[in-house]
Design a protein around this ligand. Structure first.
Ligand code: GLN
Length: 465
């Protein structure tokens, strides 16, 4: 039985709902992946057709993606009581196929971070080791999927936020081609880089969700859906990037094992050289923070969200609202963004970063003349322990090196579980040319036996039987 079949109809069955609720409650006590959840079947439309592919199947939604009547906090105090008046297109597409959003998952505030510890509202724990982070920024989505609370969840990926927590928690994480999925209803962090992505327990589920949410939406003029003639054939040649360095021993070992595995499946492996990748992190943080400074200017306390009170002028009210409402990482990025955009200095930072972005995109274009997909690590380490010995905030940013390149280039990439080392999962990513998701699924399937033991001990699916 496929995974989705085993969840089919769940929220239409009172007895199962009861068992499900108990399971979620017992796991949530340990991992806290949801900021809010409602497991009662009430969102399943009464006249919903039992033959729909996602009928009665629960899923999680990162809390920067709108679902009507659920809160939309973005993990921030500035929106902590804000209830969404509408539903994002990606969520709506799934609801139309019978799926039911059961909760909003925790995240780094506005998607800024790699651990989910930047959430102002909740600490989430890695289902493999509770003292470790679940990665970020879609950490709650990844943890809930890995722990079997939902078969899939939506996340967003601006610089790695779907793939990185997927590899920390041991599930699949697809960052689609830029524009394949509508961003309508996704709270903007860096609009030119981000896309709604999928965290899935297996490849077929991830693929089914992708095919449902990929859609040309008139509410998002940058959306395409899936184009005709998309590269969907199997790969023959897989590229590995010359510049890969700085991996922990566990990641390095798994990377080499994956390369060997690809060779044993008959793929030719070639080394590709994209010199501009050296500048991924500075280019990413220049462009992302510039866009963030503009996108987050809307949070003033005037129209919605938190408002600081007892202030006599509007100017002071806005300043106090933003000062009290945003966390430190968000403030840092707004300041950095306004710094790189200030008049007279754009050539030095923002425009330079755009030139690097073009060079990276062209570098990938050239590479895809030599290979069909690229294999790369996702992150230099496995999930790190919270507190002492933790990666510094700066080191976490430098570690976006492997993932943010796909966002700068707009190309698809999927994190796949490739094993367990020292009690924690490891993941690698497969990147491809624009709209090559289908090809990525094909190669991922050939590697899927590497993922078969990547199941956290906490997971129990017996309640579903
Ligand atoms: N870690 C990256 C950041 O902090 C990526 C975040 C994301 O993709 N939303 O910006």
């Amino acid at each position: 039985m496929t995974l989705l079949k085993s969840w089919h109809g769940l929220l239409a069955d009172m007895q199962k709902i009861d068992a499900y609720k108990k399971y979620v409650e017992s796991i949530e006590k340990q991992i806290s992946s949801f900021l809010e959840y409602a497991i009662d079947g009430s969102r399943l439309k009464e006249n919903s057709d039992k033959n729909l592919p996602f009928y009665g199947i629960p899923f999680g939604v990162k809390d920067n993606i709108a679902v009507k009547d659920f809160k939309l906090t973005c993990g921030s105090n500035i929106l902590k009581d804000f209830v969404s008046p509408y539903t994002a297109t990606a969520v709506k597409r799934l609801e139309e196929q019978g799926a039911v959003p059961v909760g909003k998952t925790n995240l780094d505030e506005f998607g800024m971070g790699s651990s989910t510890d930047n959430s102002a509202l909740l600490k989430s724990n890695n289902p493999w080791k509770l003292n470790s982070v679940c990665g970020g920024s879609s950490g709650g989505s990844a943890a809930s999927v890995a722990a079997g609370l939902v078969p899939f969840a939506l996340g967003s990926d601006t610089g790695g936020s779907v793939r990185q927590p997927a590899s920390f928690c041991g599930c699949y994480g697809l960052k689609p081609t830029y524009g394949a999925v509508s961003r309508f209803g996704l709270v903007a962090y860096a609009s030119s880089l981000e896309v709604v992505g999928i965290l899935g327990q297996d490849i077929e589920t991830t693929k089914a969700v992708f095919n449902t949410i990929a859609f040309e939406d008139e509410l998002d003029q940058t959306s395409f859906g899936i184009i005709e003639n998309a590269p969907s054939d199997d790969a023959a040649v897989i590229g590995i990037i010359k510049q890969v360095a700085g991996l922990s021993p566990q990641i390095e070992q798994s990377y080499n094992e994956t390369i060997e595995e690809l060779k044993s499946k008959g793929y030719k492996v070639v080394v590709i050289d994209i010199p501009a990748l050296e500048y991924v992190v500075p280019a990413y943080y220049t462009i992302a923070t510039a866009e963030a400074s503009a996108n987050l200017a809307r949070f003033t306390g005037i129209r919605y969200g938190f408002r600081a009170d007892d202030i006599d002028t509007q100017e002071k009210m806005v300043a106090a609202t933003r000062n009290q409402g945003f966390g430190d990482e968000v403030k840092l990025r707004i300041l950095l963004g306004t710094y790189v955009l200030r008049s007279g200095f754009q050539d030095q930072y923002y425009i330079r970063a755009q030139k690097i972005r073009t060079a990276i995109r062209q570098g990938f274009d050239r590479a895809f003349n030599e290979c069909d997909l690229i294999l790369s690590p996702v992150f230099p380490t496995q999930a790190f322990i919270r507190g002492e010995g933790e990666l510094s905030a700066f080191a976490q940013k430098m570690a976006d090196n492997f993932t943010a390149s796909a966002n700068l280039a707009g190309i698809p990439s999927m994190a796949i579980p490739t094993g367990v080392k020292d009690g924690l999962p490891v993941g690698m990513q497969l990147m491809g040319p624009e709209f090559s998701e289908e090809r990525i699924f094909k190669v991922a399937r050939k590697l899927s036996h590497m993922a078969k033991d990547v199941v956290p001990p906490i997971l129990d699916s017996s309640w579903r039987k």
